[in-house]
Design a protein around this ligand. Structure first.
Ligand SMILES: [Zn+2]
Length: 127
């Protein structure tokens, strides 16, 4: 495993839907997370059975530091990220790992309040 996947001191580690999440609480309701997505992982295959819903309704703001991911919104718009890459993804997407390398995303979020507190669009749209 790469250094970017090693256990993170001071973090709370959880595994959900095939992901490994190391979470450090920050300030009032903030979370600094290191999320490892294994090769072959796909939200609609591995996470949808856990969370339900049509798509991932989380916003993701962070830095992809290893690997490649691709996301797709309901209208078919796709966006690919190839590390190193800044990642801003709004609610309402499917997403998957591209290639044979685990993808590692370092993300800041505020749980259910992420969209509001980071002043993000609540959904994908074309202005
Ligand atoms: Zn679109």
């Amino acid at each position: 495993m790469s250094i970017l996947e090693r256990p993170l001191r001071g973090a709370v580690r959880t595994g959900v839907g095939g992901l490994t999440v190391d979470d450090v609480a920050v300030g009032d309701g903030g979370h600094l997370k290191r999320i490892v997505y294994p090769p072959g992982w796909r939200w609609s295959t591995h996470m949808q059975p856990v969370t339900g819903g049509e798509r991932c309704m989380h916003a993701h703001v962070g830095m992809l530091v290893q690997g490649r991911i691709e996301i797709e919104y309901a209208d078919g718009c796709r966006e690919a990220f190839d590390a190193p890459a800044a990642v801003v993804v709004v609610p309402g997407h499917d997403g998957w790992v591209v290639g044979d390398e685990p993808a590692v995303l370092v993300q800041y979020d505020c749980g259910a309040d992420t969209v509001e507190r980071l002043r993000l669009p609540s959904s994908h749209r074309h202005d």
